[in-house]
Design a protein around this ligand. Structure first.
Ligand SMILES: CC(C)(COP(=O)(O)OP(=O)(O)OC[C@H]1O[C@@H](n2cnc3c(N)ncnc32)[C@H](O)[C@@H]1OP(=O)(O)O)[C@@H](O)C(=O)NCCC(=O)NCCS
Length: 158
């Protein structure tokens, strides 16, 4: 597991395209994430064998809060703890040791994602608070389910 690099952008785009229900963003988005948000993102695998990816960023003006944007584990690698391990590794980076909260949005029906974040919260011994954030109406005519906010924390460093 390592930080993403500029050369990973196209491979990440391919991985995300194979991981519904994630929204597929442009290759350019993944290039930007790899270039500017590598400190808060993580990749598992190499070349065209990418197994997992997480994009995240520190919330502006809430620097103790790591927002997790997309989590993807390739179907062949699921159910082996990779998603949770990538989250744990991120939290163990020296540059993120001050983080006390994780925020993310998770659709109501995404049981795998909910299972992963709840499992992380148990490991961190931290509460999980769920509140409305992006309701489906905010997505306009692009059909999309609600994206409520999950806030995990406060927790001590791993
Ligand atoms: C969500 C996802 C990243 C989970 O990755 P993973 O590597 O399979 O998850 P892990 O093996 O690390 O599992 C971590 C915990 O979640 C639980 N979990 C994983 N998949 C689950 C499922 N389908 N249903 C219920 N719980 C599940 C595991 O039981 C585990 O709990 P435990 O630690 O108490 O045993 C993966 O399923 C995925 O990429 N899905 C498609 C994209 C997606 O929905 N991303 C998240 C959007 S926010």
């Amino acid at each position: 597991m390592r930080q993403p690099r500029r050369t990973d952008g196209a491979g990440i785009h391919q991985l995300i395209s194979e991981c519904p229900p994630l929204d597929l963003n442009s290759v350019y988005t993944y290039l930007l994430l790899s270039e500017h948000f590598a400190d808060t993102s993580i990749l598992a695998g190499e070349g065209d064998q990418l197994e997992g990816f997480i994009s995240g960023y520190l919330v502006p003006e809430k620097h103790d809060t790591l927002f997790i944007w997309q989590v993807a584990v390739h179907a062949n690698a699921r159910g082996k703890g990779l998603g949770k391990r990538m989250l744990s590794q991120l939290l163990q980076r020296p540059s993120l040791e001050h983080v006390r909260y994780i925020e993310t949005t998770v659709g109501p029906d995404n049981l795998a994602s909910r299972g992963m974040f709840n499992s992380l919260a148990r490991t961190l011994n931290a509460p999980v608070l769920e509140t409305p954030l992006f309701d489906r109406a905010l997505f306009g005519r692009h059909g999309h389910e609600d994206e409520p906010l999950l806030r995990i924390g406060p927790f001590q460093s791993l």
